[in-house]
Design a protein around this ligand. Structure first.
Ligand code: FNR
Length: 364
């Protein structure tokens, strides 16, 4: 099967999956302790965030998806227009298609042509050579480079890689050589604490945990197999919320994606320590079902509602959300117990950092 056909399959199957499976996920196991007098004034709220020397005006981004075929070039054009109109950073899909066949360059380059001043990320796999990593960056004048790691996708993929041992050293080489910040990302199965710690040692600048709860590539690739005989891999990995909890206090800045359904999930992920939060299939579905204008409306609505939630929660910046008291429930709480994560500290952290009531000396 051609690479272009595979890219078209991914879009079709991801959207079918989103229609069929976008219900409950482990973000629902994260709730905020409601402090009814914590609110602040909306003009005092900023959506700006920083990580790895990067400054974004907004804490959300359109995460990696596509490119490499005629149809996906049109999708990239429309995603780029929406990113530009809403002022939201955007990532390319894997550019290995371009590195193998430069005739599809335009399907990626359109991300920069339509969005000349935006923050655009290139995306490659972990077997890419240093020279090719730089070629991908150069094609779209990328501001950062994403390297995806996806063993649970490759394994059931009929034409997938079966050799993963070189990934660690290749990531290290690329991170040392390229001239933009490097973000290593999963594709929907999550990064463990151990993996995030290792990525820090390899010299990358940030990690996108991209956990379970949204697009499931094991399911997508199994659906592309004649016998669909890897169904037992559906749902592999850790949820996005679990990954963020697992890597609390790891020095490497974390981004979050995977199953982010609405602004409350964004706020949950930010409160769990993510510097910014990405979504893929949900934005793609809006684009394909309702068009580019609808995606612009969705992105701007999310930004407006994020500011509203920060106002209610008393968070002047997205980083301030990490002081909000969080309660964890269900399987997420079991995960924390087994991984040695202190859930009581999360539930009581506002009191140590920001007194909710000051004693003024006056009594009634
Ligand atoms: C993806 N994703 C992805 N990731 C990546 O690093 N390189 C890629 O080429 C692709 N391709 C791709 C195609 C399509 C159609 C989708 C929906 C997704 C994975 C994506 O960036 C993200 O990690 C996961 O999709 C989880 O996020 P959502 O979809 O649950 O919001």
């Amino acid at each position: 099967m051609s690479s272009a056909q595979r890219k078209d399959d991914h879009v079709r199957l991801a959207i079918e999956q989103h229609h069929a499976h976008s219900g409950r996920n482990q973000f629902d196991d994260v709730t905020f302790v409601h402090h009814a007098l914590a609110g602040i004034d909306r003009p005092d709220v900023s959506l700006g965030t920083t990580f790895a020397g990067i400054e974004w005006q907004v804490p959300i981004y359109i995460n990696a998806m596509t490119g490499g075929s005629e149809k996906t070039g049109i999708i990239n054009r429309d995603l780029a227009i929406a990113a530009r109109e809403a002022g939201v950073p955007i990532a390319s899909g894997s550019m290995n298609a371009y590195l193998k066949d430069p005739s599809c360059a335009g399907t990626f380059r359109v991300l920069r042509d339509e969005n000349p001043d935006g923050f655009v990320m290139a995306n490659i796999n972990a077997t890419t050579t240093v020279d090719n990593a730089q070629r991908a960056i150069d094609l779209i004048e990328a501001n950062a480079l994403q390297i995806h790691i996806n063993t649970a996708q490759e394994t059931p993929m009929p034409e997938g890689d079966r050799s993963f041992a070189s990934w660690v050293s290749q990531i290290e080489k690329i991170a040392a050589a390229v001239d933009v910040p490097v973000i290593v990302k999963e594709v929907g199965n999550g990064l463990s604490r151990q993996t995030v710690l290792l990525l820090g040692e390899l010299g990358v600048q940030a990690a996108d945990v991209s956990g379970r709860g949204g697009t499931d590539f094991a399911r997508i690739e199994n659906g592309r197999r004649e016998l669909a005989d890897y169904a037992f891999l559906h749902g592999w990995g850790q949820s996005t919320a679990a990954c963020l909890l697992d890597a609390q206090d790891v020095p490497l800045p974390l981004l979050a994606s995977g199953g982010v359904r609405h602004p409350l999930d964004v706020v949950r992920a930010l409160a769990l320590g993510a510097r910014a939060v990405g979504s893929s299939a949900g934005f793609l579905r809006t684009l394909l079902d309702d068009g580019v204008d609808a995606l612009v409306v969705k992105l701007t609505t999310w930004l407006d509602q994020l500011a509203a939630l920060q106002t209610m929660l008393g968070a002047r910046t997205p980083a301030d959300l990490t002081r909000c008291d969080l309660l964890l429930h269900g399987e997420l709480r079991d995960f924390c117990a087994d991984r040695g994560i202190d859930t009581r500290r999360l539930a009581q952290r506002s009191s140590s950092l920001k007194p909710l009531h000051q004693t003024t000396g006056s009594t009634r």
